[in-house]
Structures are given as structure tokens and as C-alpha cells.
Design a protein around this ligand. Structure first.
Ligand SMILES: NC(=O)c1ccc[n+]([C@@H]2O[C@H](COP(=O)([O-])OP(=O)(O)OC[C@H]3O[C@@H](n4cnc5c(N)ncnc54)[C@H](O)[C@@H]3O)[C@@H](O)[C@H]2O)c1
Ligand SMILES: [Zn+2]
Length: 365
């Protein structure tokens, strides 16, 4: 097992990464930390892994309740958050208790948000079960729900008390969900030291075939957790350098918005195309080395991720508007680019130049 510390003063916590941790949760948490636990999960995760976690928790606290949501992004809404808060009231949850977010990013964001506002904040233990949530969403304290007007429009910063990543849970993940998480793994490698890309290239065939061993998965997840922990510790409230985690996400989010979040792209697929776009823009502005986009294409394809938009391609003007209104943007066209191998947010990008770069992504699939 690996443990990564997130250094945030009084809000510091550990991320534990290992195989079989759902069974041994009790060994990771100090006995007597909480009285009761409310587990928030979705139907898939409950059916596949619920038994394991509940048994572990029952050894740790005096009483456990379950709140199950329907699977999918549509559960991440204010009504479901209020239903969850109602369940907290019925269960008599107090600040001596804990909310356990057990599932992917949807469960993590929703449960974290409800835990942050119920009684002005109760403890939230994140137990992520998708690759996406283990390497990204469960770490860092960003919580929230969607509104009809946009994704994550209501939310809070509420750091978890700990994050427990059991890589064995990933064995049941559908291949497309696993690949979606791999796009974030690629992102960390690309914005990290140069040797990370070579290491990932070597692992790619096994990862693509779903044959990665437990040790490899622990290495990958803990390395990404370490990267995210460092960025979060440096910029907890996302006022500066945390923006680098948005690498590939400007176009990625625009592709998701432009296709109406209809599942045309998984988040990771959109980010994969967005990273190739960022490489093309970096090359065009002489910020990155020649051939950068081809290196990205090679790595992403070897992991089964797309490198060009899907048909039908949303209108580029619609996407430009989405890029300018990206939550993290100030209304100008801003993107994270790689300059001399380091991620930097660049403002005031020219719309025509971006349109030419978009064409260079190649023929839509
Ligand atoms: N808070 C943050 O910092 C942050 C960062 C990135 C993404 N997010 C959010 O995360 C969400 C996406 O997360 P996600 O990709 O984990 O999606 P998700 O939570 O919808 O999970 C994807 C699918 O996998 C299923 N699943 C989960 N674990 C499984 C397992 N072990 N075996 C089999 N099936 C399993 C789920 O039931 C679901 O159908 C989005 O809402 C996004 O906005 C948040
Ligand atoms: Zn992402």
C-alpha cells in the first residue's frame, strides 16, 4: 500500500492506495473516529462492491446506513443533494459521524457537497471506485452539483478526511470508463517530468488490454495522487497554479458542451482530443517542440483513446463561446499550454489561430 499526504495544515489528510483496501478499511482509520456512517453510493457500485465496504464499516462504527442514487451524471443535481440531506437528518447524523462517498466522481461530488453544507460541514471519507475518481475527483476537496445552466455551477471546497483507493475495485470497471480515467493519467504524465511519458508508453499495451497488474495500478494511481496532492497543497482554492490540471480541458469541455453532454464523448475522450489540440496550439505558438502533437497521438492511440473529434463535429463558433465561458476562464480565450515542458495558462489567444489548429486535429472519426 502507498500513502500520499495532502499537506493543508489543519485540513491535511492521507490518500491510501492499495489492493483489497475495501476489506481492511478498519486498519486505515483510527478506531473511534466516528460513531455512525452514511454510505452514499450508486446502484452499480452497491451491487458490485457494497457488501465488502459495509462489512468493513460495520467493524468500525456503531451504525451504518446506505443512500443509493441512480447511476450517471443526471444524479448530480440539487434535488438529489437535498434528498441526501433529508436522509442525513432522518439518520440523526451529527458532526461526530461521517459521510462515506463510495463510487465514481458523480457520487464523490454529490456526497462531498451535501456533507459540506449539512450542519455547516460534516466529515466526508472518499472511497473512489473509478480510475477517474481515484486519480482526480476524490482528491482536492472540490464538490458540487450541476444546474440546467451548466455543470458544477453550485459547489464548495470541502476536503475529505481521507481518501481510500482500492485498485481491485477497478477490475469491474467497463473498459470505456477505465480508458476515460487513463486520459487523466496521460494528462499528469504530460504536465509532469519528461520520463513519465516514456514510462507510460511502456505500460500502454497492458493497460489497453486491461491486463495491468495490481502493482502497476497502485504505482499509477499513487503517482497521479501525488501530483494532484502537490498542486492542491500549493493552490487549495484554485486561484492560480491549480489551473494546470485543466490541461486539455478547454477544448475537452467545449466538445462535451457542444454535444450536449449526451455521452457522445466520455470526459476522458474529450480531454484526450483536447490535449492533442493543446499540443498543436503549443507548437503553433513555438511554445512546444515540433512533433509534440504526434507524440501525443501515438501515446493516446496506444491506450485506445481518440485523437480527433467525433462526427458530427460541433460548430467551432459554438465551441469558442464555450471556451470563453469556461468556468475557469475570465471571458478571454485562455488555455493551458506547455512551454519548455512546463504547463502555463496563456490568455488572449486568437480565435482564428485556434480555428486553424482545430482543423489540424484531422478528419473526424
Ligand atoms: N471534484 C473534482 O475535482 C472532479 C474532477 C474530475 C471530475 N469530476 C466529476 O466526476 C464525474 C465523473 O466521474 P466518473 O468518471 O467516476 O463517473 P461516474 O461516477 O458516473 O462513474 C462512471 C460509471 O462507472 C460505474 N462504476 C463506478 N465504479 C465502478 C466499479 N468499480 N465497477 C463498475 N462500475 C463502476 C458507475 O456506476 C457509473 O456508471 C463528473 O461529474 C465530473 O464532473 C470532479
Ligand atoms: Zn478531467
Amino acid at each position: 500500500m502507498r500513502t500520499v499526504h495532502v499537506d493543508l495544515g489543519r485540513r491535511s489528510y492521507n490518500i491510501h492506495v492499495g489492493g483489497g483496501l475495501l476489506d481492511t478499511l478498519g486498519e486505515l482509520v483510527e478506531p473511534g473516529s466516528w460513531k455512525k456512517a452514511l454510505v452514499v453510493t450508486d446502484a452499480n457500485v452497491r451491487a458490485l462492491h457494497g457488501g465488502c465496504l459495509l462489512e468493513s464499516l460495520e467493524r468500525l462504527v456503531s451504525s451504518v446506513e446506505l443512500f443509493e442514487i441512480a447511476t450517471g451524471e443526471s444524479s448530480k443535481n440539487p434535488d438529489t443533494a437535498l434528498e441526501l440531506i433529508d436522509a442525513m437528518v432522518r439518520f440523526g447524523l451529527t458532526r461526530a459521524d461521517v459521510v462515506v462517498a463510495f463510487g465514481g466522481g458523480v457520487v464523490g461530488d454529490l456526497a462531498g457537497f451535501a456533507a459540506s453544507i449539512y450542519k455547516r460541514g460534516v466529515a466526508c471519507l472518499q472511497v473512489p471506485t473509478t480510475l477517474m475518481s481515484q486519480v482526480d475527483s476524490a482528491i482536492g476537496g472540490k464538490t458540487g452539483v450541476n444546474l440546467p445552466a451548466g455543470k458544477n455551477l453550485v459547489g464548495s471546497f470541502h476536503q475529505p478526511v481521507a481518501v481510500v483507493c482500492d485498485v481491485r475495485a477497478l477490475a469491474t470497471l467497463p473498459a470505456r470508463e477505465f480508458r476515460s480515467g487513463l486520459a487523466e493519467v496521460v494528462k499528469y504524465a504530460l504536465i509532469g517530468p519528461a520520463d513519465r511519458v516514456a514510462a507510460l508508453e511502456e505500460l500502454a499495451p497492458g493497460l489497453r488490454a486491461g491486463e495491468a497488474g495490481e502493482e502497476e495500478l497502485v504505482d499509477i494511481v499513487s503517482e497521479c495522487a501525488c501530483d494532484k496532492a502537490a498542486v492542491v497543497a500549493a493552490d487549495e482554492f484554485d486561484t492560480g497554479m491549480r489551473a494546470i490540471l485543466n490541461y486539455g480541458h478547454t477544448l475537452g469541455h467545449a466538445l462535451e458542451t457542444g454535444t450536449g453532454y449526451e455521452g457522445v464523448y466520455s470526459h476522458g475522450e474529450a480531454v484526450a482530443v483536447g490535449m492533442v489540440f493543446a499540443a498543436i496550439v503549443s507548437e503553433r505558438l513555438d511554445a512546444g517542440p515540433r512533433g509534440m502533437a504526434d507524440v501525443y497521438r501515438g501515446l493516446l492511440s496506444s491506450l485506445g483513446l481518440p485523437t480527433a473529434p467525433f462526427q458530427p463535429v460541433p460548430d467551432f463558433d459554438v465551441m469558442l463561446r464555450a471556451m470563453a465561458h469556461d468556468k475557469k476562464s475570465t471571458g478571454q480565450l485562455t488555455m493551458v499550454l506547455l512551454e519548455n515542458g512546463k504547463p502555463v495558462a496563456r490568455d488572449g489567444l486568437d480565435a482564428d489561430m485556434l480555428a486553424r489548429c482545430f482543423k489540424e486535429l484531422g478528419d473526424p472519426r
